[in-house]
Design a binder for this molecule. Structure first.
Ligand code: FAD
Length: 469
């Protein structure tokens, strides 16, 4: 075994949480190393956020072309080649992962390729095909991420039954597809494939799509998807799957109905499982719960110089959460005094069309917390820009504290919602009130005016909508 260097910080896993932590540590004068067993960029860059958003861009173009006649644009011959979309998405992946490697190098972060295992709170080993080395660490950040989780009794073979990883690389589209799970990943793939003409059936066991979102969001998305000819079945779960003649027989179980349907492919999008096994957690006594590493408000584990961030810590399985948690951990290591991590100020975005973006409390969770709430709603159909561009689906819903007017939560569904939620996150961080947002002049005509009008609606004073008799 080669004896390696001593580092101020060793990061295990080079996904978005890991590489951001390592770069910030290096920027702050720490000697940092990062260990990666597969590819720099993790799930997000290689088989998550980036390739899926590239495919969604293609799907949006196809959707626009389909309604081009509304804009007076017609065509005789249209050729759509999905394999080019996949190629383009992989080019985006490669460009961005190379960019991260460049940044690590420029910041003098040592990138060590191999499988890392924590041996003591101050040391790790890295195993590669050719070598095993030991490295010393004053501090460790675990950022080993997560992988797709299947349902009990359902085997993901990567062919007929896929996870998102295989779905991103599919170059020949099936005629029909069953997607199991109406969370973010399931609905994004439903949008991608259905835009390209695949007959998609999307099942979700809860009563609406995106069940963690405000109830009205999921219902509205369900209606929008039905208009897009996606068959949405809520309150429906997968029974058995059986292969027959190269296709899959899927048993779909609803409260009052049981049916068996034939699909060319099945995509299982039922959540993620943490990569917390075989990395030495038991040996050093790091506590986990259902596999997710337990952390405090500064991302510290049960061992004070060992931190865990991102999907493996399981608080909110999003790339920007992983990155922000990494920065909190590094600031704690540096002895700065970071604020405790605030998950209510984390935006959640889903990039299908209409897009969904939210932060903070839903109406239901705010009431359960004991708040007296006042709601402000504004539909995009009453927004000038939305009408001008022909994208009137959806609304802005604000949840505010009736007593203090403070913004508790924001829930957007509509075109470009993900670009507007940051305004709401900033408002919440600065403890802005509905009145202050309402008095913030928004440019006309923009979709962002819907936020201003929803704030005005908290006081029953939205200008561009009549809510009386
Ligand atoms: P990961 O990205 O999982 O990276 C962990 C890294 O650790 C991996 O590279 C892995 O190889 C490495 N590793 C694991 N064990 C070891 C070991 N023992 N030694 C060395 N290396 C190890 N999130 C968003 O915010 N926006 C989106 O639009 C979005 N879209 C998504 C779409 C899909 C299809 C999927 C599946 C996920 C999406 N996500 C999205 C979620 C996002 O990808 C994750 O939240 C994010 O990647 C988590 O980052 P992470 O750093 O915690 O871990």
């Amino acid at each position: 075994m080669t004896q390696g260097k001593v580092y101020d910080l060793v990061v295990l896993g080079a996904g978005p949480g890991g590489y951001v932590s390592a770069i910030r540590a290096a920027q702050s004068g720490l000697k940092a190393a990062i260990i990666e067993k597969e590819k720099v960029g993790g799930v997000c860059l290689n088989r998550g956020c980036i390739p899926s958003k590239a495919l969604i861009k293609n799907a949006e173009i196809v959707s626009v072309i389909k309604k081009a006649s509304e804009f007076g644009i017609t065509y005789d011959h249209l050729k759509i080649d999905y394999s080019v979309a996949v190629k383009r998405s992989q080019e985006a992946v490669s460009r961005l992962t190379q960019g991260v490697e460049f940044l690590l190098k420029k910041h003098k972060v040592d990138l060590i390729m191999g499988r890392g295992i924590i041996r003591t709170p101050q040391s790790l080993t890295v195993e590669s095909k050719t070598d095993q080395k030991e490295i010393q660490a004053q501090n460790i950040i675990i950022a080993t991420g997560s992988r797709a989780r299947s349902l009990p009794g359902i085997e993901i073979d990567g062919q007929l039954v896929m996870s998102s990883t295989e779905a991103l690389l599919l170059t020949r589209l099936p005629e029909n597809l069953l997607i199991v799970g109406g969370g973010a990943v399931g609905v994004e793939f439903a949008y991608i494939f259905s835009s390209y003409g695949v007959k998609v059936t999307l099942i979700e066991v809860e009563s609406s799509l995106l069940p963690r979102e405000d109830a009205e969001i999921g219902q509205t998305l369900g209606k929008a998807f039905s208009k897009q000819k996606i068959e949405v079945k809520t309150g429906c779960q997968l029974g058995a799957l059986k292969e027959e003649n190269g296709k899959v027989l899927a048993q779909l179980l609803s409260k009052d109905k049981e049916e068996t349907k034939v699909f060319e492919r099945v995509l299982v999008a039922t959540g993620r499982t943490p990569n917390s096994e075989n990395i030495g957690l038991d040996q050093i006594g790091v506590k986990t719960q259902k596999g997710f590493i337990q952390v405090g408000p500064f991302m510290q584990t049960s061992i004070s110089n060992v931190y865990a961030i991102g999907d493996v810590a399981g608080k909110a399985l999003l790339a920007h959460t992983a990155m922000a948690e990494g920065i909190t951990a590094v600031e704690k290591i540096l002895g700065k005094d970071p604020p405790p991590f605030d998950y209510l100020s984390i935006p959640n975005c889903v990039y299908c069309q209409p897009q969904v973006a939210s932060m903070g409390y839903t109406e239901k969770s705010a009431v359960e917390k004991g708040y007296q709430v006042k709601i402000g709603m504004f539909p995009y159909r009453a927004n000038g820009k939305a009408v001008a561009i022909g994208e009137t689906d959806g609304f802005v819903k604000l949840v505010t504290d009736a007593e203090t007017e403070e913004l508790l939560g924001a829930h957007l569904i509509g075109i470009d919602a993900s670009e507007h939620i940051s305004e709401m996150v900033l408002a919440r961080r600065l403890e802005a009130t509905a009145g202050e947002i309402a008095r913030t002049v928004h440019p006309h005509p923009t979709l962002s005016e819907a936020i201003m009008e929803a704030s005005e609606d908290v006081f029953g004073k939205a200008i561009h909508i009549w809510k009386g008799n």
